[in-house]
Design a protein around this ligand. Structure first.
Ligand code: CU
Length: 283
């Protein structure tokens, strides 16, 4: 009887396998590395995002090799030693201590040496406090250039302690963060209501905005341009509207913008609404 059913079972397996492969293919299209998408983490344009991308690659390539070896081994063994029609029961074995110790210790050593140890200095560099930046081309600016980031339902407000208006108060923008390009920026991130998360993928990973807490992170844009981001912590009905546009400006442009803001001749919030795809340079 099983001989009659066998081809049908096989066909069903083939169809199921085919659909699983199609589904994986469909899902994989979401990973297409189109570098023109504005929030592509894998196309960094700032030092922090570059280091984070490198960390990701450092973990991903060994993981890919392991996956191919393990999955390849499983498929090979399934095919090589599958049950053929009327095979007798094969010899039964239970455990192999030297093998098990070997495949526990060797991969652990490989991961510690090739992934763990190289990651440690990068993690400390990413997590360090913002520091003065001798490479910043705008010599008249204090570095790290400080900006306070305040998340609130459903906008981002950016306060510039270095730019004071005629009342001596720091100026602010909403939705748009202006920074000098190629200079280290010290962001102090907080919230006035629920938790939010500040994230501009081409410049850096995310940092939570939590009421009553100041979370500090440093960012640096490689060149003048516009970089898009958004709140990455579901914070309510207007969450999707909490977009961020970072405008990195050349020394002269940032200086001119700062003076306009201080003089109150620049409308607040800033009205620039060009596309937020990162551009090579914006003069
Ligand atoms: Cu939010």
């Amino acid at each position: 009887m099983s001989k009659v059913r066998f081809p049908q079972v096989r066909a069903a397996h083939f169809v199921a396998g085919f659909f699983v492969l199609m589904l994986i293919g469909l899902l994989a299209t979401g990973c297409i590395g189109d570098t023109d998408t504005p929030q592509n983490t894998l196309a960094p344009e700032g030092e922090v995002a570059e280091k984070q991308r490198d960390l990701f690659m450092l973990a991903m390539w060994p993981a890919l090799v392991v996956m191919i070896l393990v999955e390849g081994g499983i498929v090979f063994m399934m095919l090589r030693w599958r049950r053929r029609s009327n095979d007798e029961m094969p010899k039964q074995t239970h455990g192999n201590t030297p093998l098990e110790i070997g495949w526990t210790i060797i991969p652990t050593i490989i991961i510690i040496v090739f992934v763990g140890i190289p990651m440690i200095p990068v993690l400390f560099e990413l997590g360090r406090d913002p520091k003065a930046d001798a490479a910043c081309p705008a010599k008249n600016l204090r570095t790290p250039y400080p900006v306070d980031v305040i998340g609130q339902r459903f906008t981002w407000e950016f306060e510039y302690p270095e730019i004071l208006d005629d009342q001596g108060e720091p100026v602010f923008t909403t939705g748009e963060l202006h920074i000098p390009a190629q200079c280290e920026i010290a962001l102090t991130i907080t919230s006035v209501d629920v938790n939010h998360s500040f994230g501009v993928p081409r410049l850096a990973g995310t940092r939570d905005a939590v009421k009553g807490r100041d979370n500090v992170m440093w960012i640096k844009a490689d060149h003048p341009g516009s970089f898009s981001g958004q709140c990455r912590e579901l914070c309510g009905t207007g969450h999707a509207d909490m977009v961020i546009t970072v405008i990195a400006q050349s020394e002269e442009d940032f200086d001119a913008w700062s003076r306009e803001m201080a003089a109150g001749t620049k409308s607040v919030p800033d009205s620039t609404s060009e596309d937020t795809v990162a551009v090579e340079s914006e003069e």
